[in-house]
Design a protein around this ligand. Structure first.
Ligand code: GDP
Length: 315
């Protein structure tokens, strides 16, 4: 059961985002044509715009990496954006893909679709088996709907639409705005700025005890291209690294990478979120992908990329 990318026209929806950008970089090594479209060309929240653009462009395959994303604070603050925009983007793209004969579609879910107290490491079967983590349920509900829509198209029409949910991601192209970012870029920036300013402490949100798994976005992109070529099933697959650390350990690792030995101040007024979020990616490993890099090495690569791209201190 494989899908050959040779000569195919592959639309990467969300190519300006961290995941979409990594998928474009990875697909450049495949014998396919990559299609991208900026928001000015097609606004994915607009049903008619997506329908018309798709009918005109007619891609053979779609990687749906476009989404409204953000960290724990942004989710709480912008629930409408996280729920409505994501529902619209996925409904519009998936429906138009089917209407225009797309042969293969890969939808990106997220590890936060799983119940807050799912048994760890989390298997794909845990989906919809318990209440969600309240700090990101807006995003999670939209992502679950996208996965279900892919499954529905497969069941009702036999469409080869698949889903994968990545664990917490980091890497080039991430968001470094301290209010809306995820923890890894936030702490990279905080340590970097503390080093420049000669400050001896860095503030870490919450207790530092939550456990998170991290995957470099280029490793994710490699896994996604593998799935595009080799996976065809309704079960949405976990894509993780198996690399789990506490937020405290993450902060210490980032301090070493940045080269700044600051004291950690834990800000208990900020939420911890879910206590642990480790995915079981053994199904993905069984079908042949296992390529995740070491966390410190991945953070060093990300830090170097951030400095190179001149985004020091940029939001
Ligand atoms: P989550 O995985 O959905 O909870 O999203 P985040 O990456 O935003 O947060 C992960 C954990 O890191 C939570 O326990 C946060 O409280 C903690 N954390 C510590 N410092 C920071 C920070 O500066 N920014 C963010 N976003 N999270 C932080």
């Amino acid at each position: 059961m494989s899908y050959a990318l040779h000569g195919k026209r592959v639309w990467v929806a969300g190519h300006r985002g961290m995941v979409g950008g990594a998928v474009v970089r990875r697909l450049a090594r495949e014998p396919c044509e990559i299609i991208v479209a900026d928001r000015g060309v097609v606004d994915l929240v607009d049903q008619r715009a997506v329908r018309d653009w798709m009918a005109q462009t007619r891609p053979d395959a779609v990687v749906l990496a476009a989404a409204r994303v953000g960290g724990i604070a942004a989710n709480n603050q912008y629930p409408v954006d996280f729920l409505y925009d994501n529902l619209m983007i996925e409904a519009n793209v998936i429906r138009s893909a089917h209407a225009n004969g797309v042969e293969k579609l890969l939808f990106l879910g997220s590890s936060c679709i799983y119940p807050k107290f799912a048994e760890q490491p989390i298997l794909e079967d845990a989906l919809l088996s318990g209440p969600l983590e309240p700090t990101n349920e807006w995003y999670a509900v939209a992502k679950i709907a996208g996965i279900k829509l892919c499954q529905a198209y497969r069941r009702q029409y036999g469409a080869d639409f698949i889903s994968a949910q990545p664990t917490n991601l980091y890497g080039p192209g991430d968001n470094y705005d301290l209010e809306t970012s995820h923890v890894l870029p936030a702490l990279l920036r905080k340590f970097h700025e503390a080093k420049l300013a000669g400050e001896t402490s860095v503030t870490v949100w919450g207790s530092g005890t939550p456990l998170r798994e991290f995957l470099h976005v280029d490793d994710l992109a490699d896994a996604l291209v593998f799935l595009l070529k080799h996976y065809s099933d309704s079960l949405p697959l976990n894509v993780g690294s198996g690399v789990e650390v506490s937020i405290r350990e993450l902060a210490e690792t980032i301090g070493r990478v940045v080269g700044h030995d600051a004291e950690l101040i834990f800000d208990a007024t900020k939420p911890d979120g879910t206590p642990r979020k480790l995915m079981d990616s053994s199904r993905l490993h069984q079908i042949g992908w296992n390529n995740a890099r070491d966390l410190a090495e991945g953070i060093a690569h990300t830090y170097a990329d951030w400095l190179d791209s001149g985004r020091r201190g940029a939001a």
